[in-house]
Design a protein around this ligand. Structure first.
Ligand SMILES: [Zn+2]
Length: 221
């Protein structure tokens, strides 16, 4: 039930035509044999393709997936930044990085007698938002949503069937601080271009002052 709910929500958001806006396969990290999203490539710690269960080093080329999805796995890994950077590496520019994670406000945290012993981290949605942004500045966060249990109450006996999570969707962009020839991509600006802004299959140029504006335009395409 938890799985179905989130699958429907992820498909609803990502099939809006904006995310992912590049063609390509979907990777589901930590899914076991049953991917949540139809047709996804799966990888898990027990997977033969993953050397000794190493989710920090996945056997795929850079920029090879339109969407990288993971549900309730990242919190079990010690080095969050390393895992995030590795998984983000696999997302194509314009593609989506989708994380569905337990929110510490709604379940027994590390140290609690009923805590999940696999957990290495507890995050509230906002804490994770900041960690993600700091670790992956070349991603734009497009959705950060609370997925609390009904009434905000964690049900110990029924926890497989309820949500106690948040949903985080980010889109990959790439900002390369390269000096380019030519001028800013904004029509009324003739300042020299100093940034490249990667859209979907297109590169835009920007002066020093208009990079955020041009990035936003590209993100909303
Ligand atoms: Zn400009």
């Amino acid at each position: 039930m938890e799985a179905n709910k989130i699958r429907d929500r992820v498909l609803e958001v990502t099939s809006s035509g904006r995310y992912p806006n590049v063609p390509g396969p979907i990777l589901d990290i930590g899914s076991g044999a049953s991917p949540l999203l139809p047709g996804a490539v799966t990888v898990d710690r027990q997977d033969a393709t993953v050397e000794t269960g190493n989710l920090y080093q996945l056997p795929f080329a850079d920029n090879s997936f339109a969407m990288v999805f993971s549900s309730h796995t990242l919190e079990d890994l010690e080095d969050t930044e390393r895992a995030l950077r590795e998984w983000a590496r696999l997302v194509k520019p314009g593609g989506a990085f989708v994380l569905y994670l337990p929110d510490k406000r709604w379940y027994p945290n590390i140290g609690h007698p009923l805590a999940n012993l696999a957990h290495k981290h507890d995050w509230a949605r906002q804490e994770f938002f900041e960690l993600f942004q700091r670790t992956l500045p070349h991603f734009s966060i497009v959705l950060s949503e609370d997925r609390p249990p009904p009434g905000g109450i964690y049900d110990y006996e029924n926890r497989g069937n309820i949500e106690y999570s948040f949903l985080h969707i980010a889109k990959k962009r790439t900002l390369a601080p390269e000096v380019t020839s030519g001028s800013c991509g904004r029509i009324d600006c003739s300042a020299p271009a100093v940034h490249k802004v990667w859209g979907t299959g297109m590169v835009y140029y920007s002066c020093e002052s208009h990079v955020a504006e041009i990035q936003e335009k590209v993100d909303n395409e």
